[in-house]
Design a protein around this ligand. Structure first.
Ligand SMILES: Cc1ncc(C[n+]2csc(CCOP(=O)(O)OP(=O)(O)O)c2C)c(N)n1
Ligand SMILES: [Mg+2]
Length: 277
């Protein structure tokens, strides 16, 4: 990745973090922690890696993104709006009754959303199925599935892990937002995952690790994953839940909580942003 691209992506991430705080403060609901954690992952995918056509969201040869940790929907919507899938002004209708921007992604309502998610554990299986479909059609598109680390405590994830290697759907790449924290506590407190990389490797997967807040590392990891044609690949991104807002970082209490007035001011000061119009 050249310096110019890196800078462009970093600026977008900063803007998205600012806009996220504005929107979630305005609506007094939503999930800040998990959205801030996968900001660089989503932004690198949409603005450097994926082949999509916002003017034709169902274009047959498009790459697809499944946000399996569906509660991070606000950060997905910020990316989709910036990309041009729908007007940015609609972002303020997030989580409102009747809005097409619901609290969790809905494939039937929102342009650019590929799978309805929210119930955790289902995205990888669906992604592998989509990847198989694309292979059968002779399309060389990729399916990217973003998983949460708490999410992978779900048994269905490991069924999908086995299926992926059976069907050799290497056009499906898993990306783990490995922030160490879930809703009610740390993973260690709720359900220890042990050596996550060793677990995926034991299921036959090619394991790649990177800093999930460094856009250039994410891009490099995706390039490596694409080059692997025999084994399924998972990119384990080391991330911080709530990244960018000091009092949210690493805290499960900011998984899904309304932002107060003083908290809003502090977050905006730290992110250095004005409110977008
Ligand atoms: C099957 C299922 N069980 C429980 C929940 C409630 N829930 C929503 S998010 C979450 C924690 C997820 O943690 P993680 O996957 O680590 O996400 P992140 O830290 O990236 O926000 C839980 C338990 C759910 N949505 N689906
Ligand atoms: Mg987590």
């Amino acid at each position: 990745m050249d310096t110019e691209k890196k800078l462009e992506l970093e600026q977008k991430c900063q803007q998205f973090r600012n806009d996220l705080i504005d929107i979630l403060y305005d609506i007094q609901t939503g999930h800040p922690g998990g959205s801030l954690s996968c900001t660089e992952i989503l932004t690198t995918l949409y603005f450097d890696v994926m082949n999509v056509k916002p003017e034709n969201p169902k274009w047959d040869k498009r790459d697809r993104l499944i946000l399996s940790k569906g509660h991070a929907a606000p950060m997905l919507y910020l990316n989709l709006a910036e990309k041009g899938f729908f007007p940015k002004e609609d972002l303020k209708t997030l989580r409102q009754l009747g809005s097409y921007l619901q609290g969790h992604p809905c494939v039937h309502k929102t342009p650019g959303v590929e799978l309805s998610t929210g119930p955790l554990g289902l995205g990888l299986g669906a992604g592998i199925g989509m990847a198989l479909g694309e292979k059968l059609k002779g399309n060389d598109s990729y399916i990217y599935v973003i998983l949460g680390d708490g999410e992978i405590q779900e048994g269905a994830v490991w069924e999908a892990a086995m299926a992926g290697n059976k069907f050799k759907t290497t056009n499906c790449i898993a990306i783990l937002d490995n922030n160490g924290v879930q809703l009610d506590g740390t993973n260690e407190e709720i359900m220890p995952l042990g050596d996550v990389g060793a677990k995926w490797a034991a299921f036959g997967w090619n394991v790649i690790t990177c800093d999930g807040h460094k856009v250039e590392e994410i891009e490099e990891a995706i390039t490596k994953a694409k080059a692997e044609k025999e084994r399924m690949s998972i990119i384990i991104c080391h991330t911080i839940k709530g990244k960018g807002v000091s009092y949210m970082e690493g805290r499960n209490t900011w998984h899904g909580k309304a932002i107060g007035g003083e908290e809003y001011k502090l977050a905006k000061a730290e992110l250095g942003g004005q409110k977008s119009e």
